[in-house]
Write a protein that binds this ligand. Sequence first.
Ligand SMILES: Cc1cc2nc3c(=O)[nH]c(=O)nc-3n(C[C@H](O)[C@H](O)[C@H](O)COP(=O)(O)OP(=O)(O)OC[C@H]3O[C@@H](n4cnc5c(N)ncnc54)[C@H](O)[C@@H]3O)c2cc1C
Length: 387
Amino acid sequence: MTDRQGDTAYPEIRTAVRDICARFGDPYWREQDRLRRYPSEFVDALTSAGWLAALIPERYGGSGLGVAEASVVLEEIQRQGGNAAACHAQMYVMGTLLRHGSEEQKQRYLPDIASGKLRLQAFGVTEPTAGSETTRIQTSAVRKGDRYVVNGQKIWTSRFEQSDLMLLLARTTPYDELEDKTKGLSVFVVDLRTAGDHIEARPIQAMVNHSTNEVFIRDLEVPAGDRIGEEGMGFRYIIDGWNAERILIAAECVGDARWFIDRAAAYAKARVVFGRPIGQNQGVQFPIAKAHTATEAADLMRWKAARLFDAGDPCGPEANMAKYLASEASWEAANVCLDTHGGFGFAAEYDVERKFRETRLYKVAPINNNLVLAYVAQHVLGLPKSY
Ligand SMILES: Cc1cc2nc3c(=O)[nH]c(=O)nc-3n(C[C@H](O)[C@H](O)[C@H](O)COP(=O)(O)OP(=O)(O)OC[C@H]3O[C@@H](n4cnc5c(N)ncnc54)[C@H](O)[C@@H]3O)c2cc1C
């Protein structure tokens, strides 16, 4: 029987993704990082092989796979030293369209997203003044007949310049007029190809190569037919996508952690100091063993969450805990790998410092680990809401 969890689960998917990754080795990723360049060739290769359409149902041209399988795709990219951040959002962003879009919207967008003709990589939620408090966003969408006029500012909108469509969260009812503060926000599919100078993106120079931007929106007209679902229910729709997002990010972190552990163990065996391999010292090998142990534990929670999700069962606690455990495990593994490499860990040609920076992001985004702990405290342990 095929093992349905662990790093041997879904061997066919792993082999196929590894074959693609083999065409984009360490020098490729190092160069993208150095130039702060979007890895278009890699994303194109994944798209044409159909992997970015893993979660799109077959009737809309995708493969109709579950989150478990999709998570393996992202895990393998990270494990092979790549950076799935260039394209991971398309997997979970389109879930909002799939779950809450009308049949007409799904027919209009999903087949072209599945084939790669349309890129839905951008997700405009975070704003400079709202941060983690999403219900405080100020970008407004005011209804005028059959359209909405949008004005506001987003920050950290990643892959904006590599997207044809952007999913946008905007306020359709002023905050002060709401009794239930989780209402009053709506989600739109914004066609960036026709937005002209009503949207301006300014790239943010960041610690990681992430194609991320500040986005300024001025008098942008969005047809009412491009609103997803009901007006005012956007926050709920976004929350519905969070579990899939958490599980996919957890899998990426597990892939990163395994990359760090593989590299650390290999280097610890090969590097000889004081006449013996450094990995013979417990001070070197125990931290690697600890990081491996933490990674395997996090991976169990990732599989538990993925199984529940794919069965249609509630999985909020498991998805959140998986994201927390995996991002902490990958960060631990990153530090151990850097320590094991000594000074060479800082040399770009070893790729450790690049992956070290890349994996650090996942303690902060798409959701900060403090907010994950606040969720567990409140929703699992019944402690008072802390924010
Ligand atoms: C490279 C990158 C790419 C990103 N891509 C996207 C994207 O494509 N689309 C998008 O919409 N957003 C994106 N983001 C934004 C990301 O989701 C946010 O940065 C993240 O959610 C945290 O929000 P913040 O930065 O405003 O931090 P803040 O909310 O300002 O929080 C700052 C610190 O305070 C802590 N904190 C705040 N409130 C509490 C509390 N009640 N209890 C405990 N601690 C608290 C936080 O945990 C954090 O440590 C990206 C961010 C980065 C860095």
